[in-house]
Structure formats: C-alpha cells, structure tokens
Design a protein around this ligand. Sequence first.
Ligand code: SAH
Length: 265
Amino acid sequence: MAPLGEKSDASGEVIVAEVGKRPISTIVIIIAMQTEALPVVNKLQLTEQSNSLFPPGVPWVRYYGTYKDLHINLIWPGKDSVLGVDSVGTISASLVTYAAIQVLQPDLIINAGTAGGFKAKGASIGDVFIASDCAFHDRRIPIPVFDLYGVGLRKAFEAPNLIQELNLKVGKLSTGDSLDMTPHDESSIIANDATVKDMEGAAIAYVADLLKVPAIFIKAVTDIVDGEKPTAEEFLQNLAAVTAALDEAVAQVIAFINGKSLSEL
Ligand code: SAH
C-alpha cells in the first residue's frame, strides 16, 4: 500500500508524490474492541459523534478531535446489534475501513489493537509491534494463484524513522477470523513467518491497498499463542494492562506523526 509510484500515468504519479511530501493532516484509527478504543479516546480527548456519518442503523462509532495539526478520527465497529459484543473480525473491519476512507479521505490509516504473540519469534506479553507485512492464515484455496490470493499478503506502509525513534518491535502479522488456532491455521501462520496474530489486520490492509491509502499496524501482545495458557483466558487476564501499553504507543505514534509528511515517517 505504498503511496508512492503506484499510479501508472505520469500525472497520477506527480499527485501521489506530492501527497507523500506535504504534512499528514487526517488520520483514521481503526480499533476493533471498546476496551481497546476507550483508553485511546480518553488519552487523545476525542469526542463521540452524535449524528453518524455512516448508514442509519449500523453500530459503527466515530470519535474525533484534533492533536496539534492533525485531524484524528477513531472508528470502532461497535457492538453487534443482536448479541451486544464487540464486532471483531475481518468483515466489520473491512466495512468500517471502506466507509471511513470514503467519508473522511484520510492521509493515513492506523489499525491498533491487541494480538496473540509467538514466543518462538520473540514476542512477550505487553510488547508493542509494528507490522511489516499482513497476510491471512484461514483462507486456504489449494489451486495455483488462488492460493496466493487467499494468503493476501500486503506490505504495511514503511515507517523506519517512526520505528527507530519510538523503539518499537517489528514483526509480520497473520490474520484470521478465529481467536483460537487450528493445526491448519498454525502451519499457515508459520508459512506467513508471523510474530503476531490478530483478527483484523490483513483485512484492513486489503481495503487500504485497494483504495491506495497507506496503513500502519500497531499490535500489543495480550496472549502467547505458543505458550501453556489457554488463549481466551490469558487474553482476558491481560487485556486491561496491555491496552494501557497500546494506548501509550498510539499516543506516541500520533505525536511523532504530527508535522511530518508520509515520506518522513
Ligand atoms: N473474548 C473477547 C473476544 C475478543 S476477540 C471478548 O470478550 O470480547 C479478540 C480480539 O483481540 C480481536 O479483535 C483480535 O484482533 C485480538 N486478539 C488478541 N489476541 C488474539 C489471538 N491470540 N488471536 C487472534 N486475535 C487476537
């Protein structure tokens, strides 16, 4: 989803290159769970929008505000209207990303959230990772080329200065629609060379790439997938503490981005 040099015609390239050089102005932050979103809303002093920008009846929520020169929008897919739980997973994430890009035309998307981490790849509880790449691990289509389509590998926007300045870990992210991990998922995750596992990242990367908006992924580790503890239990145990690390990282990233262009990240 590189913003530079993606357009084929010469005039398009000029426009895209210029976007890379002017200061970033509008940011959309996508966060799947309320427990993850509210600390960020509070830290950045965002306000909930009363009249939804989105179609009537959808549970999607926009919080907005400014941080110095930045227009910040945080989109949370909200609670499932029948079951009342957070609308986690790839479908809601794709829909809100598409809708938010259409309405808000952001310069940059930030997907922030919790993730499972692999200790064999160097992850520990509370670590915050920036994803270098996103891919799916539960879209197995064993037909030539469709197999690659299923994996759906996409590079995150490269932000080497941000990673160095904030001293963040870097790893590959693997996405699927389940919190647990089947043996099939596990071999795909290993094939994806992933350090962190979530339920939204690669879907957001797909939509961002489709609409040519650069995207970065900030993932804080709530549970160790290749450890002894059951994932759901470990996830719930660590959720509150790890969201504190996540909201701190998001605030630092926003502060770093302010006044910079995409090419300076
Ligand atoms: N029991 C939780 C369910 C949340 S699903 C609840 O009460 O709401 C887990 C969420 O955290 C997803 O948004 C996903 O992106 C992230 N996540 C954290 N650990 C994960 C893991 N090990 N595998 C997949 N997703 C994980």
